[in-house]
Design a protein around this ligand. Structure first.
Ligand code: SF4
Length: 972
């Protein structure tokens, strides 16, 4: 790297070429006051506050005064930060800034005697004081004034306008009285978050930061990420929750428990309670960013509804009991059932929200103590398609590249994923890549937010994605656009693939999928060339989105991202195979900026699978039929024989329960009643069990049916590790004690295992002192985690495979070759979904996610702020359809599928296409899964069904909700 040497105030500094004077000075420990600049954030320099003026020796223009945030340091430059010219000009600048800001405490002689929230001795307007500002002591303007000195005041106009504080949403309040127009919030909203909700409005001394037409933030598409609050130097933008509770005693960094981005958080603690969350900077994962759930949705940890101890069912009612009684009951009942019906009569649903260590212990309990492979991380039945498809085609069932790599792509293809809603931080990388010049193709039935950034939107009909993917490959093969050398060197069965594609002409695929022929061709060309196809011209509107018109992405690689729009279909496995085929055909794998990105839902789906919470694999995806692997575990655990036969996955367990074959189910951290298709059938299955145990920290709908409920804890109350979607193992840290009598899940599992075994000499070891001891055992038995020790994780995260403690981890898979030898093309035929609209059920219903809630709602529905912004499950309906049905915004609509019915409130929007409606599965009070048919085959249909719609009276919705509540609680 080229560097330059220069001096600041006589101190010689060496800095990389291109670094601004300000950044170089701050890095060298020299403070230059600044307000509009945010060190290390990567925003374009703005120079609007002009506080960072310095003087450069020998420069005559304007006395050599320059803004150090815009001026790069140069070889031999001599810079001064405290000359009389600098000091005087700075004061004048500060005088202008302070003319608009409350200043009473700055001008008070008692200032030094007052502390936080002190009673003021002056007879001033209350809002004029720093003392009652929640930012007092952390305000950057205070720091600057204290450094520069309070200037004389000739232009004061702050008192001419007193603005009311704006509190229209649960997250952020805006106080224009404290705004200094530095523009930080406006720039992060646009440049970092790609939303552009905030802007400068009005002019002159009336200028304020507002939404463009002065609408509320919620009506302007604000995603409430809170980034604007984080960067506001004053108290103008503040978090509403806990604003006045004071400052934290301490803070601890840990990992978000919502989605599988694995963002690093800083939990701020006061008196043993979480009072706030901020991002913990990690450039590899989330930089300085969080989404609304990570930032504001933490209050579920301290929700009133938390389970504070164990319960057993007595006379049909769950009654609080002691841990001894609860665990004795579970151990006794499971042992009785095992003795009477055999180990296969017991199943365990592990937790994709739990830590790796907990999942490892859960499968050890299942296999070594109970003797069954009936173990499944049951949160997302669709993820199994990724597992099966990618293992068969490539070797590893995981994301191939780090999420940060998306930013380097030349072309990004997102199919079946509303990623800005499900994985908002990964989505930022897409927006940043587009800003650099990457081409973006979005294939989705709905016009999702990402379409605003896309060069091409392919409005594919639900369930026809496989045809579209085959069509794109047909074009690539037909136009000789495929990566011949990659395919010939590294893949097998190309001929079979090429032959299978012949029928998928653009005409044919357009007919099936509804995507225009020319768009199928364009998408194929862009993907095959990393966005650099010579005949492609970006639409003119695109030029306004990027900094430099006509620019290209950082590399000529393409990456493919997919989500539940692929994996929640009954043809999910075909979809995954088709995507793997496409990735290999375009030569996207094993290189920077390329990759295949499956997006799993819950935070630790990847880790739960890695740890063997699967019916077909031992930990580390070691096969059950691999004798050496089995023997290794038998020896390590001291078990004579481990069960060899693959066990049952969640839906198979439910069906077996219905058939009377499965007698007991132990559910940890999951909610099968809402996850499985067909609510009523799932309920019958659970009720058919002889014994149901639920271990969780919040009372789920499934827990209400349980015989015993064991109170676990949230992520904030335990130690361990999570593995995010990109195979990155990260440290989870305990920040608070478990509430009341709740216990960490790893401890409950160990105690139960010990109780089930008694004190015999042959008892399998479960007396771990802490989760790090469990990780030590994992290191020895799971080769991909061999070098991921707790000691190393304290220094930073590691991506598996990492076979030994000298290995640095593997950010990009398949650089040298595929784990299975050669990448295997698996030709797939498009099969239409069973569920097709007809005259009686004329609409497609798609079921997906929204930003403000997560999975089936356990955590987000216990966050007041998240419920406050999105309190009700809505049915998205196109204006044309709404008009046909006589429905207007806010009306109640009865949605009837061939399976069931429910009543939802209408949101009329053209995001959904005519003939298609959309809703979400987050709301337990609606149990949207009642619309889907139960199916035990390879994969259930969890995404789409055919429905009819009918406008109904408002009261019908309330009645339907009451019936559901009674059904769940067993009152009917
Ligand atoms: Fe948490 Fe995911 Fe949001 Fe990151 S993107 S803060 S991991 S929910």
């Amino acid at each position: 790297m080229k560097t330059v040497k220069f001096t600041i105030d006589g101190k010689e500094i060496e800095t990389p070429e291109g670094t601004t004077i300000l950044e170089a000075a701050l890095a060298a420990g020299i403070y230059i006051p600044h307000l509009c600049h945010i060190p290390g954030y990567g925003l374009r320099s703005h120079a609007s506050c002009r506080m960072c003026l310095v003087q450069v020796e020998g420069w005559r223009k304007k006395k050599g005064l320059v803004t150090s945030c815009t001026q790069p340091a140069a070889e031999g430059m001599v810079v001064y930060t405290t000359t009389p010219d600098v000091v005087e000009t700075r004061r004048e600048v500060l005088e202008m800034i302070m003319s608009e800001h409350p200043d009473r405490c700055f001008t008070c002689t008692r200032d030094e005697h007052c502390f936080l929230f002190n009673v003021c001795q002056r007879d001033d307007v209350v809002t004029d004081r720093c003392l009652i500002c929640a930012k007092n002591g952390r305000c950057e303007l205070q720091k600057v004034v204290n450094f520069v000195g309070y200037p004389q005041q000739r232009f004061r106009s702050a008192e001419e306008h007193v603005f009311p504080i704006i509190r229209t949403n649960p997250f952020i309040e805006r106080d224009w009285n404290k705004c200094i127009s530095c523009g930080r919030c406006v720039r992060v909203c646009d440049e970092i978050r790609g939303v552009g909700v905030l802007t400068f409005t009005r002019r002159g001394k009336h200028m304020v930061v507002d939404t463009i037409f002065g609408d509320s933030m919620e009506d302007t598409g604000c995603q409430f990420c809170g980034q604007c609050v984080l960067v506001c130097p004053t108290g103008s933008l503040m978090k509403r929750v806990n604003k006045y509770v004071g400052y934290p005693d301490y803070s601890v960094s840990t990992i978000c428990s919502y989605c599988s981005c694995g963002c690093n958080l800083q939990l701020e603690m006061l008196d043993g309670q979480i009072i706030s969350v901020t991002p913990h900077r990690n450039d590899e994962v989330n930089k300085d960013c969080l989404c609304v759930k990570g930032h504001f949705g933490f209050d579920y940890v301290q929700a009133e509804a938390r389970l504070s101890g164990p319960f057993v069912k007595r006379s049909g009612v769950l009654t609080r009991t002691t841990w001894d009684e609860a665990l004795d009951t579970v151990a006794r009942r499971l042992t009785e059932i095992k003795d009477k019906y055999g180990p296969q009569a017991i199943g365990i649903v592990a937790s994709a929200e739990g830590t790796n260590e907990e999942n490892y212990l859960t499968q050890k309990l299942a296999r070594a103590v109970i003797g069954t492979n009936n173990i499944d991380d049951g949160g997302n039945p669709g993820h199994k398609a990724t597992l099966k498809g990618l293992t068969a085609a490539l070797g590893f069932a995981a994301m191939t590249n780090p999420m940060a790599d998306i930013e380097k792509a030349g072309c990004i293809f997102v199919i079946g994923s509303d990623i800005t809603q499900t994985h908002p931080i990964a989505a930022l990388r897409i927006k940043w890549a587009v800003r650099k010049g990457a081409k973006l193709i979005v294939a989705n039935p709905r016009e999702i937010e990402l379409c605003r950034f896309a060069h091409l939107w392919l409005p594919v009909k639900p369930g026809t994605e496989v045809a579209l993917l085959n069509g794109m490959m047909q074009v690539m093969v037909g136009q000789e656009l495929w990566d011949r050398s990659f395919v010939e060197e590294r893949c097998e069965q190309f001929e079979a693939l090429a032959a299978s594609l012949a029928q998928y002409t653009p005409e044919q695929v357009s007919e099936i999928s509804g995507v225009p022929q020319e768009d199928i061709v364009t998408a194929a060309r862009l993907l095959a060339t990393g966005g650099r196809h010579p005949e492609y011209r970006a639409p003119a509107v695109y030029d306004s989105l990027v900094y430099e018109a006509g620019s290209q992405g950082e590399t000529d690689s393409s990456c493919l991202i997919y989500g539940s729009g692929i994996t929640h279909h009954s043809n999910a496995l075909d979809g995954v195979h088709a995507l793997a085929n496409l990735a290999m055909l375009a030569g996207c794998l094993g290189r920077e900026g390329g990759g295949l990105y499956p997006l799993a839902g819950q935070n630790n789906v990847q880790g739960a699978c890695d740890m063997g919470a699967l019916p077909h694999y031992l930990p580390g995806f070691q096969r059950l039929d691999d004798e050496d692997a089995r023997h290794k575990f038998e020896t390590a655990w001291g078990v004579e024989t481990l069960p060899q036969k693959p066990g049952l996955a969640l839906l198979e367990m439910l069906k077996a329960a219905h058939e009377g074959k499965l007698k007991a189910l132990y559910v940890i951290g999951q909610n099968p009643l809402l996850v499985a298709p067909d609510f009523d059938y799932a309920k019958e299955c659970l009720e058919a069990l002889d014994f149901l145990v639920v271990q969780d920290f919040l009372p789920t709908e499934t827990a209400q049916l349980a015989d015993v409920v064991l109170a676990g804890v949230s992520f904030a109350e335990k130690d361990g590790t999570f593995t995010n979607a990109e195979r990155r193992v990260q440290r989870v840290r305990k920040v608070m004690e478990p509430i009341e009598e709740a216990r960490p899940d790893w401890r409950i599992i160990c105690e139960l295992a010990e109780k089930m075994q008694g004190d015999g000499e042959k008892a399998i070891f479960f007396s771990y002192a802490d989760p790090s001891e469990v990780m030590g055992e994992i290191n020895g038995l799971v080769p991909i985690y061999g070098g991921i020790t707790c000691e190393r994780l304290e220094q930073g995260s590691i991506q598996w495979p990492c076979p030994d403690s000298d290995h640095p981890g593997t950010p990009i898979l398949y650089r040298e070759g595929f784990d299975r030898g050669k990448g295997r093309f698996v030709p797939v035929e498009y099969k239409a979904l069973d569920e097709q609209p007809d005259e009686e059920y004329p609409y497609y219903l798609s079921i997906g996610s929204i930003l403000f809630h997560h999975h089936v709602g356990k955590m987000s529905m216990n966050s007041r702020s998240l419920v406050g912004i999105a309190p009700e499950c809505l049915l998205e309906i196109n204006p044309q359809d709404a008009e046909k049905l006589g429905v207007i915004e806010g009306d109640m609509v009865k949605v009837t599928s061939r399976q069931g019915e429910l009543i939802l409130r209408a949101e009329v929007t053209d995001r959904s296409q005519p003939g298609q409606v959309f809703t979400t599965f987050h709301y337990p009070d609606k149990a949207v899964n009642r619309l889907l048919p139960f199916a035990v085959g390879q994969f259930p249909e969890l995404n789409t069904c055919a429905v009819k719609l009918e406008r109904v009276e408002e009261t019908a919705g309330e009645e339907a909700e009451k019936v559901l509540t009674e059904q769940i609680s067993g009152a009917t």
